[in-house]
Design a protein around this ligand. Structure first.
Ligand code: ADP
Length: 586
């Protein structure tokens, strides 16, 4: 019983998502019940008519009942169709709203929340898990309610015909209804195993497809096949367990149902011979008894779904109830803040760990200045960029723009102040033009072209099969890392924020891309306050100032000439690069 209550508690919020459609949802349930009861009435009335005809009742006196039968049957069908339509309308509309709510939530939770999770997991929640909820409201909940109401109604009808028959039938009905719970604990465990093994299989298969190049190059085919086979074995074992339990459940249900029907028939026959049951009513009683079992048998089919759906619902609620890493103010915007960025004694640890990755960082970037953030991998450069976009808030210290703390800016204003050019730019599955104009959807084609030209992207875009109208998801898949970053530069140029964070591409670029990106960066930096996460000496030299980080602290600050002439951490960092006449610093 405790398990049933717990399951009910996990599933109850699903009804809450029907929100504004709740009255229609309840109405659909009522219509569904009516449909079931009318179907029982049809069967009962039909059987009674047959019984009456066999017992020799004159046909003329049965005619009105025949008409009644037709009307009841038609009403039953009408209710059934209406219920099906209503329940689907409610489900799909609620899901439509739920998906929008989830996206709203993602917006609120921000990249900070998403960065710490696998995007595949989140996408599965929005697509698969939300669909499971449709399955629940349309195909699981109605049979559940029917399984409660119909047997009660049917038993009541039989009790009216002959109470003893109802007493005989009842224990069998109760037994069939509880079968799914007898093995409930097993079902839960098996469901969990089936899910984990399916997840593991998915991960292995995705690895084998995405890593095909490496698998071929390193002749790791046998290992990949072995991994897939092992994951498959686990899935097969888990599913066979599940199938065995299901078979056992159905056998027990079938046996109980047959015995229940036989008992009803035997006791009914006995009652007829004793004169305690009108023979004309006997067929009706038997038909109604059969109808009472039907929804309970259907329950064994949907019962197993409940655990799975509860797990899906849990994942959806986890997102809906998550606390956003930052909350933006609803205060009015600040008039024209100066584009001065100041980190003041900033300390920060990612929510997933206790370790401080920034430890008392202070530096300032003046209006129009370009500062190169330099340091070994893991020093905390990207974290500074994330914090400037307020994906998270610092634990101590503050970050301000024009002397105003970031937390005092409404979100839209902050987004209009700071934009970023990431290394691994995401291209949406729309045209290249729309991808560039993502931050300014009303941009004209000329504006987009000018931005692309300044970003040194115009020539290669024109060379694509459909130029600016090429769909990025399809043919632009062949774009190189350097070309993609130039699209990101064009995006930032069009967005035209006074402050830009530029994460320089670290991958091996061809000389042409490198030069093109450098010119793009110069176009971005012109007249803007720019922070470049710099990996190349050529970029660092061009910056107005250098801030070097190491293990979350600022260890060196100054112009290139100042720092290189000394013996500080920066000079030591770049010495090997200078000696090898290379450009990329370690
Ligand atoms: P850099 O950009 O200088 O290479 P980062 O700012 O990316 O350095 O990382 C600084 C430290 O923070 C590293 O130790 C890294 O492992 C850790 N880190 C980065 N992102 C996360 C995250 N989302 N969750 C937990 N730790 C992170």
């Amino acid at each position: 019983m405790k398990r049933v209550r717990e399951l009910g508690g996990r599933l109850a919020p699903i009804v809450a998502i029907t929100g504004p459609y709740r009255p229609m949802f309840y109405a659909s349930m009522a219509v569904g019940m009516a449909a079931q009861l009318l179907q029982i009435a049809t069967a009962g009335l039909g059987a009674w008519l047959v019984g009456a005809a066999i017992s020799g009742t004159a046909l003329s006196s049965l005619t009105p009942w025949l008409f009644a039968l037709v009307i009841v049957a038609m009403l039953g069908q009408a209710c059934s169709v209406t219920e099906s339509w209503m329940v689907h309308a409610v489900s799909w509309r609620s899901l439509h709203d739920l998906r929008l709510t989830l996206h709203d939530r993602f917006d609120e939770l921000g990249p900070g929340y998403l960065l710490e999770r696998r995007s595949g997991d989140i996408a599965r929640v929005v697509l698969a898990d939300v669909n499971e909820i449709e399955n629940y409201t349309s195909h699981v909940l109605p049979p559940l309610l029917t399984a409660v109401v119909v047997p009660i109604g049917a038993t009541a009808a039989i009790a009216v015909i002959q109470p003893v028959l109802a007493v005989v039938l009842l224990p069998f009905l109760v037994a069939v209804a509880t079968v799914p719970f007898w093995l409930g604990r097993h079902a839960e465990e098996q469901g969990r195993r089936a899910r984990t093994t399916a997840g593991a299989l998915g991960a292995v298969v995705i690895d084998a497809v995405q890593g095909l190049r490496e698998i071929v190059a390193f002749t790791a085919r046998d290992r990949a096949l072995r991994d897939i086979a092992r994951a498959q074995d686990a899935t097969v074992a888990a599913n066979l367990d599940h199938a065995r339990r299901l078979a056992a459940e159905r056998t027990v249900t079938g046996a109980l149902l047959s015995t229940g029907m036989l008992a009803t028939l035997a006791v009914g026959a006995l009652l007829v011979t004793r004169g305690a049951l009108d023979p004309a009513r006997f067929p009706a009683a038997v038909v109604i008894a059969g109808a009472a079992f039907a929804p309970l048998v259907a329950l064994t089919f949907v019962g197993g779904e409940l655990q799975r759906i509860a797990a899906c619902a849990d994942r959806v609620w986890t997102i809906l109830r998550a606390t956003p890493p930052v909350r933006f103010t609803a205060a009015p915007e600040h008039p024209r803040p100066q584009p001065v960025v100041a980190f003041d004694n900033v300390t920060f640890a990612y929510p997933s760990s206790d370790r401080s990755v920034l430890d008392g960082i202070s530096f300032t970037v003046r209006p129009g200045e370009t500062v190169a953030l330099v340091g070994r991998s893991g020093a905390g450069k990207s974290t500074c960029a994330h914090l400037l976009q307020r994906f998270w808030d610092p634990a101590h210290g503050s970050i301000s723009i024009g002397g105003i703390p970031l937390a005092a800016f409404p979100e839209q204003q902050l987004r209009r102040l700071v934009s970023s050019v990431p290394q691994d730019v995401y291209l949406f599955n729309t045209s290249i033009a729309a991808n560039i104009a993502i931050g300014k959807p009303d941009a004209t084609r000329d504006e987009i072209r000018v931005a692309a030209r300044l970003a040194n992207a115009e020539a290669f875009i024109d060379a694509l099969p459909d130029g600016f109208d090429t769909i990025a998801g399809e043919r632009a898949a062949t774009l190189s890392g350097g070309q993609r970053q130039r699209l990101a530069i064009a995006r930032a140029l069009l967005r035209d924020t006074p402050i830009v964070v530029f994460d320089e591409a670290v991958s091996n670029l061809d000389t042409e891309s490198e030069a093109a990106i450098r010119r793009g960066l110069a176009a971005v930096a012109a007249g803007r306050t720019t922070i470049v996460i710099a990996h190349r000496l050529s970029t660092i030299r061009r910056a107005d100032r250098i801030v070097m980080l190491d293990a979350g602290r600022v260890v060196d600050t100054g112009t290139y000439d100042e720092l290189i002439s000394g013996d500080g951490p920066f000079a030591r960092l770049v010495q090997p690069t200078l000696q090898h006449e290379s450009d990329v610093i370690p």
